[in-house]
Design a binder for this molecule. Structure first.
Ligand SMILES: [Cu+2]
Length: 118
């Protein structure tokens, strides 16, 4: 019986102090490699273990510690960097600060060919 209680307490301690990790993948708007580095740089934070944005699919995969971030907070990081997600929108001001070829709301498309058209 004593052993059972010890194990139970040990279990509680592990849950309370363990660093729980989770992975979340969600849609983040962006158009080019500049967007990719901007987005990934925004997630260079304590509590974020890894952040990878895919230019083709616009999907961001974040590995994080659940103690540090909620799902909403993770979306807000992208929005604060100027990139809309499905539940968090960048402010007009932040969006306006993006490079011209990164203005995804206006159908911007980055690329070597586009650079010459300016
Ligand atoms: Cu861009």
């Amino acid at each position: 019986m004593k052993y059972l209680i010890s194990f139970a307490l040990l279990g509680i301690a592990c849950t309370a102090f363990g660093q729980k990790k989770a992975e979340l993948t969600f849609n983040v708007n962006g158009v080019c490699g500049m967007c990719e580095s901007r987005i990934e740089k925004a997630y260079d934070l304590p509590g974020i273990l890894n952040a990878d944005w895919d230019l083709e699919t616009k999907q961001l995969t974040v590995a994080y510690k659940t103690k540090f971030f909620s799902v909403e907070a993770l979306h807000a990081i992208a929005a604060n960097a100027g990139h809309d997600t499905d539940i968090a929108k960048a402010s007009e001001e932040t969006y306006a600060g993006l490079h011209g070829c990164c203005k995804y709301r206006d159908g911007a498309e980055c690329g070597a060919e586009d650079e010459h058209k300016h």
